[in-house]
Design a protein around this ligand. Sequence first.
Ligand SMILES: [Zn+2]
Length: 395
Amino acid sequence: MLIQKEKEIRKLLKFLDEKNDFYHDIIQKNQIDLDSNIESIFYKLPVITKQDIREHYSEYLSKITLPQFSEFTSGSTGKPVNCVKTSAERTTAGINVWKRRHQWDKEADINNYIYLYDKNTYRKVGNLLNFEKNNMIKCFKRLMDLNPRWLSGPISSFVRYAKLIEEGEVPYTYGSIKFLELAGEYATKEQRQLVEKVFGAKTINHYGIMESWCIAYECTCGKLHVQNNLFYAETRRPKQQFEDKDIGEITITSFYNKLMPLVRYNIQDYGKVTIEQCECGETSQVLTLLGGRTADIIVGTEDILGELFFKRGIYKLIDRYGDCVDGFRAEQIALREFLIRIQKGKGFREEMSEIMTKHIKSGLGNDVIVHYEYVDVIAPLPSGKMKIFYSHVQI
Ligand SMILES: [Zn+2]
Protein backbone atom coordinates (compact mmCIF):
# COMPACT_ATOMS: atom_id res chain seq x y z
CA MET A 1 0.00 0.00 0.00
CA LEU A 2 2.87 2.35 0.80
CA ILE A 3 4.17 1.89 -2.72
CA GLN A 4 0.88 3.20 -4.12
CA LYS A 5 1.45 6.45 -2.26
CA GLU A 6 5.07 6.69 -3.26
CA LYS A 7 4.65 9.76 -5.44
CA GLU A 8 2.78 11.78 -2.83
CA ILE A 9 5.17 10.88 -0.02
CA ARG A 10 8.30 11.58 -2.03
CA LYS A 11 6.92 14.92 -3.17
CA LEU A 12 6.01 15.86 0.39
CA LEU A 13 9.43 14.95 1.74
CA LYS A 14 11.26 16.88 -0.94
CA PHE A 15 9.16 19.88 -0.06
CA LEU A 16 9.92 19.46 3.66
CA ASP A 17 13.62 18.98 3.04
CA GLU A 18 13.64 22.37 1.44
CA LYS A 19 11.18 24.34 3.55
CA ASN A 20 11.10 22.71 6.95
CA ASP A 21 13.99 22.83 9.43
CA PHE A 22 12.75 19.95 11.56
CA TYR A 23 12.59 17.54 8.62
CA HIS A 24 15.63 18.92 6.89
CA ASP A 25 17.63 18.00 10.00
CA ILE A 26 16.14 14.52 10.17
CA ILE A 27 16.84 13.87 6.51
CA GLN A 28 20.43 15.09 6.91
CA LYS A 29 21.18 13.28 10.15
CA ASN A 30 19.82 9.97 8.91
CA GLN A 31 21.42 10.40 5.52
CA ILE A 32 18.14 9.76 3.80
CA ASP A 33 18.37 9.84 0.02
CA LEU A 34 14.99 11.11 -1.12
CA ASP A 35 15.40 9.42 -4.50
CA SER A 36 15.97 5.96 -3.07
CA ASN A 37 13.43 3.21 -2.45
CA ILE A 38 10.32 4.64 -0.75
CA GLU A 39 10.20 2.02 1.99
CA SER A 40 13.76 2.66 3.01
CA ILE A 41 13.00 6.38 3.17
CA PHE A 42 9.69 6.19 4.94
CA TYR A 43 10.63 3.80 7.71
CA LYS A 44 13.68 5.84 8.64
CA LEU A 45 11.45 8.75 9.52
CA PRO A 46 10.57 9.03 13.19
CA VAL A 47 7.05 8.47 14.43
CA ILE A 48 5.95 11.69 16.06
CA THR A 49 3.26 12.66 18.52
CA LYS A 50 1.59 15.88 19.56
CA GLN A 51 4.23 16.24 22.24
CA ASP A 52 7.05 16.22 19.66
CA ILE A 53 5.33 19.00 17.76
CA ARG A 54 4.94 21.02 20.93
CA GLU A 55 8.57 20.54 21.93
CA HIS A 56 10.01 21.47 18.54
CA TYR A 57 7.40 23.99 17.58
CA SER A 58 9.72 26.79 16.43
CA GLU A 59 11.47 24.66 13.81
CA TYR A 60 8.48 22.48 13.13
CA LEU A 61 6.52 24.84 10.89
CA SER A 62 7.50 25.09 7.22
CA LYS A 63 8.58 28.38 5.78
CA ILE A 64 5.52 29.27 3.78
CA THR A 65 4.47 32.85 3.30
CA LEU A 66 0.78 32.19 2.60
CA PRO A 67 -1.84 33.41 5.08
CA GLN A 68 -2.17 31.09 8.04
CA PHE A 69 -5.06 30.13 10.26
CA SER A 70 -4.81 28.85 13.81
CA GLU A 71 -6.85 26.38 15.76
CA PHE A 72 -5.97 24.96 19.12
CA THR A 73 -6.07 21.39 20.19
CA SER A 74 -5.17 20.05 23.56
CA GLY A 75 -4.08 16.54 24.24
CA SER A 76 -5.03 14.52 27.22
CA THR A 77 -2.40 16.36 29.23
CA GLY A 78 -4.30 19.55 28.53
CA LYS A 79 -1.49 21.63 27.06
CA PRO A 80 -2.65 23.16 23.80
CA VAL A 81 -0.88 23.01 20.47
CA ASN A 82 -1.52 25.72 17.95
CA CYS A 83 -2.52 23.91 14.75
CA VAL A 84 -1.91 26.03 11.72
CA LYS A 85 -3.00 25.57 8.13
CA THR A 86 -2.75 27.74 5.06
CA SER A 87 -5.95 28.85 3.37
CA ALA A 88 -5.17 26.46 0.51
CA GLU A 89 -4.86 23.58 2.94
CA ARG A 90 -8.16 24.47 4.54
CA THR A 91 -9.80 24.55 1.13
CA THR A 92 -8.36 21.15 0.19
CA ALA A 93 -9.57 19.58 3.41
CA GLY A 94 -12.96 21.27 3.16
CA ILE A 95 -13.66 20.20 -0.42
CA ASN A 96 -12.65 16.67 0.39
CA VAL A 97 -15.04 16.23 3.29
CA TRP A 98 -17.91 17.83 1.37
CA LYS A 99 -17.43 15.25 -1.37
CA ARG A 100 -18.00 12.59 1.27
CA ARG A 101 -21.14 14.24 2.56
CA HIS A 102 -22.51 14.47 -0.96
CA GLN A 103 -22.07 10.73 -1.36
CA TRP A 104 -24.67 10.43 1.34
CA ASP A 105 -26.87 13.33 0.49
CA LYS A 106 -26.91 15.46 -2.63
CA GLU A 107 -28.87 18.15 -0.82
CA ALA A 108 -26.29 18.76 1.88
CA ASP A 109 -24.73 22.19 1.72
CA ILE A 110 -23.29 24.85 3.99
CA ASN A 111 -26.74 26.39 4.51
CA ASN A 112 -28.34 23.29 5.99
CA TYR A 113 -25.28 21.86 7.71
CA ILE A 114 -24.47 22.98 11.24
CA TYR A 115 -21.45 22.08 13.29
CA LEU A 116 -22.56 22.31 16.90
CA TYR A 117 -19.46 23.88 18.29
CA ASP A 118 -18.25 26.42 15.84
CA LYS A 119 -18.26 30.13 16.57
CA ASN A 120 -21.05 30.91 14.15
CA THR A 121 -23.33 28.40 15.78
CA TYR A 122 -22.44 29.83 19.15
CA ARG A 123 -23.38 33.33 17.98
CA LYS A 124 -26.69 32.18 16.56
CA VAL A 125 -27.93 29.67 19.11
CA GLY A 126 -25.80 30.06 22.25
CA ASN A 127 -23.60 27.58 24.03
CA LEU A 128 -24.84 24.09 23.18
CA LEU A 129 -22.07 22.73 25.41
CA ASN A 130 -23.64 24.12 28.52
CA PHE A 131 -25.77 21.18 29.59
CA GLU A 132 -27.85 22.99 32.16
CA LYS A 133 -31.38 21.96 31.28
CA ASN A 134 -32.95 25.38 30.64
CA ASN A 135 -30.00 26.40 28.52
CA MET A 136 -30.23 23.19 26.49
CA ILE A 137 -33.93 23.77 25.86
CA LYS A 138 -33.35 27.37 24.77
CA CYS A 139 -30.39 26.53 22.51
CA PHE A 140 -32.08 23.54 20.92
CA LYS A 141 -35.17 25.57 19.99
CA ARG A 142 -32.97 28.21 18.37
CA LEU A 143 -31.02 25.51 16.62
CA MET A 144 -34.18 23.99 15.16
CA ASP A 145 -35.33 27.43 13.99
CA LEU A 146 -32.37 27.29 11.59
CA ASN A 147 -33.91 24.19 9.94
CA PRO A 148 -30.77 22.06 9.91
CA ARG A 149 -30.68 19.03 7.68
CA TRP A 150 -27.26 17.96 8.92
CA LEU A 151 -25.80 18.34 12.39
CA SER A 152 -22.20 17.58 13.21
CA GLY A 153 -20.86 17.16 16.72
CA PRO A 154 -19.74 14.73 19.40
CA ILE A 155 -22.02 11.79 20.10
CA SER A 156 -22.30 12.62 23.80
CA SER A 157 -24.03 15.89 22.96
CA PHE A 158 -26.48 14.21 20.61
CA VAL A 159 -27.26 11.67 23.30
CA ARG A 160 -28.03 14.46 25.76
CA TYR A 161 -30.33 16.26 23.35
CA ALA A 162 -31.96 12.96 22.38
CA LYS A 163 -32.80 12.36 26.04
CA LEU A 164 -34.31 15.81 26.29
CA ILE A 165 -36.50 15.09 23.26
CA GLU A 166 -37.49 11.71 24.69
CA GLU A 167 -38.52 13.34 27.94
CA GLY A 168 -40.73 15.72 26.00
CA GLU A 169 -38.78 18.75 27.22
CA VAL A 170 -38.20 20.17 23.75
CA PRO A 171 -40.37 19.96 20.64
CA TYR A 172 -38.85 18.03 17.76
CA THR A 173 -40.40 16.87 14.50
CA TYR A 174 -39.19 13.30 14.03
CA GLY A 175 -37.02 12.99 10.95
CA SER A 176 -36.57 16.72 10.38
CA ILE A 177 -32.82 16.32 10.86
CA LYS A 178 -31.68 13.79 8.27
CA PHE A 179 -28.05 13.22 9.20
CA LEU A 180 -26.01 13.36 12.37
CA GLU A 181 -22.31 13.46 11.65
CA LEU A 182 -20.35 12.11 14.61
CA ALA A 183 -17.09 13.91 15.16
CA GLY A 184 -14.60 14.27 17.97
CA GLU A 185 -15.48 11.27 20.09
CA TYR A 186 -15.73 7.54 19.72
CA ALA A 187 -19.39 6.52 19.32
CA THR A 188 -20.63 3.13 20.47
CA LYS A 189 -23.25 1.16 18.58
CA GLU A 190 -25.73 1.70 21.41
CA GLN A 191 -25.25 5.46 21.36
CA ARG A 192 -25.74 5.55 17.62
CA GLN A 193 -28.91 3.48 17.83
CA LEU A 194 -30.33 5.73 20.51
CA VAL A 195 -29.85 9.00 18.64
CA GLU A 196 -30.97 7.51 15.31
CA LYS A 197 -34.17 6.31 16.95
CA VAL A 198 -34.98 9.60 18.66
CA PHE A 199 -33.98 12.00 15.87
CA GLY A 200 -35.08 9.80 12.98
CA ALA A 201 -31.73 10.55 11.39
CA LYS A 202 -28.82 8.53 10.03
CA THR A 203 -25.55 8.74 11.94
CA ILE A 204 -22.26 8.88 10.05
CA ASN A 205 -18.80 8.54 11.56
CA HIS A 206 -16.34 11.28 10.78
CA TYR A 207 -12.89 10.51 12.12
CA GLY A 208 -10.65 13.49 12.31
CA ILE A 209 -8.27 15.57 14.38
CA MET A 210 -7.83 19.31 14.65
CA GLU A 211 -4.34 19.01 13.17
CA SER A 212 -5.69 17.71 9.90
CA TRP A 213 -9.49 17.70 10.06
CA CYS A 214 -11.21 14.72 8.44
CA ILE A 215 -8.98 11.66 8.04
CA ALA A 216 -11.57 8.99 7.40
CA TYR A 217 -15.27 9.05 6.63
CA GLU A 218 -17.89 6.36 6.83
CA CYS A 219 -19.40 5.10 3.60
CA THR A 220 -22.94 3.85 3.10
CA CYS A 221 -21.73 0.30 3.77
CA GLY A 222 -20.57 1.33 7.23
CA LYS A 223 -16.82 1.27 6.55
CA LEU A 224 -14.58 4.07 7.74
CA HIS A 225 -12.57 4.83 4.60
CA VAL A 226 -9.28 6.67 4.92
CA GLN A 227 -9.39 9.64 2.56
CA ASN A 228 -6.68 8.07 0.52
CA ASN A 229 -6.08 10.99 -1.79
CA LEU A 230 -4.81 12.89 1.27
CA PHE A 231 -3.54 10.34 3.77
CA TYR A 232 -1.61 7.17 4.29
CA ALA A 233 -2.42 5.27 7.49
CA GLU A 234 -0.40 2.71 9.43
CA THR A 235 -0.48 1.37 12.97
CA ARG A 236 2.17 1.32 15.64
CA ARG A 237 2.63 -1.33 18.26
CA PRO A 238 0.30 -0.50 21.14
CA LYS A 239 1.42 -0.06 24.75
CA GLN A 240 -0.90 -2.84 25.72
CA GLN A 241 -1.50 -6.19 24.10
CA PHE A 242 -4.76 -7.03 22.43
CA GLU A 243 -6.01 -10.43 21.39
CA ASP A 244 -6.24 -9.12 17.86
CA LYS A 245 -2.60 -8.63 16.91
CA ASP A 246 -3.50 -6.17 14.16
CA ILE A 247 -4.69 -3.57 16.63
CA GLY A 248 -2.25 -0.75 17.13
CA GLU A 249 -2.02 3.01 17.47
CA ILE A 250 -3.38 4.81 14.43
CA THR A 251 -0.59 6.73 12.76
CA ILE A 252 -1.11 8.90 9.70
CA THR A 253 0.87 10.70 7.07
CA SER A 254 -0.89 13.66 5.50
CA PHE A 255 0.05 14.62 1.94
CA TYR A 256 -1.59 18.01 2.11
CA ASN A 257 -0.55 19.44 5.49
CA LYS A 258 2.63 21.22 4.53
CA LEU A 259 2.76 24.16 6.88
CA MET A 260 2.48 21.98 9.97
CA PRO A 261 3.41 18.58 8.59
CA LEU A 262 2.02 15.31 9.88
CA VAL A 263 4.39 12.57 8.85
CA ARG A 264 4.00 9.28 10.65
CA TYR A 265 1.94 11.15 13.19
CA ASN A 266 0.73 8.87 15.95
CA ILE A 267 -2.77 9.99 16.94
CA GLN A 268 -2.73 7.56 19.86
CA ASP A 269 -6.11 6.08 19.08
CA TYR A 270 -6.45 2.32 19.11
CA GLY A 271 -7.61 0.62 15.97
CA LYS A 272 -6.57 -1.29 12.91
CA VAL A 273 -5.96 -0.50 9.29
CA THR A 274 -7.00 -2.89 6.54
CA ILE A 275 -7.26 -2.61 2.79
CA GLU A 276 -10.64 -3.55 1.47
CA GLN A 277 -12.54 -3.64 -1.73
CA CYS A 278 -15.76 -2.27 -0.30
CA GLU A 279 -19.22 -2.83 -1.71
CA CYS A 280 -19.56 0.95 -2.04
CA GLY A 281 -17.09 0.69 -4.90
CA GLU A 282 -14.10 2.14 -3.15
CA THR A 283 -10.78 0.46 -2.54
CA SER A 284 -8.94 2.23 0.21
CA GLN A 285 -7.50 1.74 3.61
CA VAL A 286 -10.29 1.17 6.11
CA LEU A 287 -10.04 2.05 9.79
CA THR A 288 -11.67 0.07 12.52
CA LEU A 289 -11.50 2.03 15.74
CA LEU A 290 -11.46 0.45 19.12
CA GLY A 291 -12.54 3.48 21.07
CA GLY A 292 -10.56 5.30 23.68
CA ARG A 293 -7.21 6.98 23.35
CA THR A 294 -4.02 5.33 24.49
CA ALA A 295 -3.56 8.25 26.82
CA ASP A 296 -6.63 7.01 28.63
CA ILE A 297 -4.73 4.27 30.40
CA ILE A 298 -4.88 4.61 34.17
CA VAL A 299 -1.56 6.13 35.16
CA GLY A 300 0.47 3.77 37.31
CA THR A 301 -0.94 0.67 35.64
CA GLU A 302 0.57 -1.13 32.70
CA ASP A 303 -2.42 -1.39 30.50
CA ILE A 304 -5.73 -0.76 32.21
CA LEU A 305 -7.95 1.39 30.03
CA GLY A 306 -9.78 3.73 32.36
CA GLU A 307 -12.95 3.95 30.36
CA LEU A 308 -13.49 0.19 30.17
CA PHE A 309 -12.48 -0.40 33.75
CA PHE A 310 -14.83 2.16 35.30
CA LYS A 311 -17.65 1.30 32.92
CA ARG A 312 -17.49 -2.28 34.10
CA GLY A 313 -17.98 -1.07 37.66
CA ILE A 314 -20.96 1.03 36.66
CA TYR A 315 -22.45 -1.89 34.69
CA LYS A 316 -22.30 -4.00 37.84
CA LEU A 317 -24.44 -1.37 39.56
CA ILE A 318 -26.88 -1.20 36.69
CA ASP A 319 -27.18 -4.98 36.64
CA ARG A 320 -28.14 -4.90 40.26
CA TYR A 321 -30.19 -1.71 40.63
CA GLY A 322 -31.43 -0.97 37.14
CA ASP A 323 -31.75 2.68 36.17
CA CYS A 324 -29.51 4.05 38.90
CA VAL A 325 -26.88 6.17 37.11
CA ASP A 326 -27.70 8.85 34.56
CA GLY A 327 -24.10 9.76 33.92
CA PHE A 328 -20.68 9.43 35.41
CA ARG A 329 -17.04 10.30 35.03
CA ALA A 330 -13.99 8.89 36.76
CA GLU A 331 -11.05 11.19 37.25
CA GLN A 332 -7.63 10.16 38.44
CA ILE A 333 -6.62 13.02 40.72
CA ALA A 334 -3.44 11.46 42.11
CA LEU A 335 -1.55 8.26 41.44
CA ARG A 336 -3.64 6.29 43.94
CA GLU A 337 -6.66 8.56 44.22
CA PHE A 338 -9.82 8.77 42.14
CA LEU A 339 -12.85 10.98 42.03
CA ILE A 340 -16.06 9.50 40.68
CA ARG A 341 -18.70 11.99 39.68
CA ILE A 342 -22.14 10.50 39.47
CA GLN A 343 -25.36 11.88 38.16
CA LYS A 344 -27.95 9.91 40.11
CA GLY A 345 -30.64 7.93 38.32
CA LYS A 346 -34.08 7.06 39.63
CA GLY A 347 -32.95 3.80 41.22
CA PHE A 348 -29.93 5.30 42.97
CA ARG A 349 -28.99 3.82 46.37
CA GLU A 350 -26.41 5.04 48.83
CA GLU A 351 -24.75 1.62 49.08
CA MET A 352 -23.81 1.79 45.41
CA SER A 353 -20.61 3.68 46.22
CA GLU A 354 -19.40 0.76 48.35
CA ILE A 355 -19.87 -1.68 45.50
CA MET A 356 -18.11 0.64 43.11
CA THR A 357 -15.20 1.15 45.52
CA LYS A 358 -14.90 -2.63 45.90
CA HIS A 359 -14.68 -2.98 42.12
CA ILE A 360 -12.00 -0.31 41.93
CA LYS A 361 -9.93 -1.75 44.78
CA SER A 362 -10.14 -5.25 43.40
CA GLY A 363 -8.70 -4.00 40.12
CA LEU A 364 -6.22 -1.40 41.30
CA GLY A 365 -5.29 -2.42 44.82
CA ASN A 366 -6.59 -1.90 48.33
CA ASP A 367 -4.59 1.24 48.95
CA VAL A 368 -6.44 3.39 46.44
CA ILE A 369 -8.65 6.14 47.75
CA VAL A 370 -11.97 6.77 46.06
CA HIS A 371 -14.12 9.86 46.48
CA TYR A 372 -17.62 10.41 45.20
CA GLU A 373 -19.30 13.56 44.13
CA TYR A 374 -22.95 13.65 43.16
CA VAL A 375 -23.74 16.20 40.51
CA ASP A 376 -26.83 17.38 38.65
CA VAL A 377 -25.08 17.05 35.37
CA ILE A 378 -21.69 15.79 34.19
CA ALA A 379 -20.02 18.86 32.75
CA PRO A 380 -17.54 18.56 29.89
CA LEU A 381 -13.84 18.79 30.69
CA PRO A 382 -12.16 22.17 30.19
CA SER A 383 -11.19 20.99 26.69
CA GLY A 384 -14.88 20.65 25.85
CA LYS A 385 -14.64 16.91 25.52
CA MET A 386 -16.82 14.47 27.33
CA LYS A 387 -14.88 11.58 28.71
CA ILE A 388 -15.76 8.66 30.88
CA PHE A 389 -12.27 8.60 32.31
CA TYR A 390 -9.71 11.35 32.62
CA SER A 391 -6.35 11.35 34.34
CA HIS A 392 -4.95 14.55 35.81
CA VAL A 393 -1.73 12.75 36.67
CA GLN A 394 1.19 13.77 34.48
CA ILE A 395 3.40 10.93 33.39
ZN1 LIG B 1 -17.26 1.61 1.45
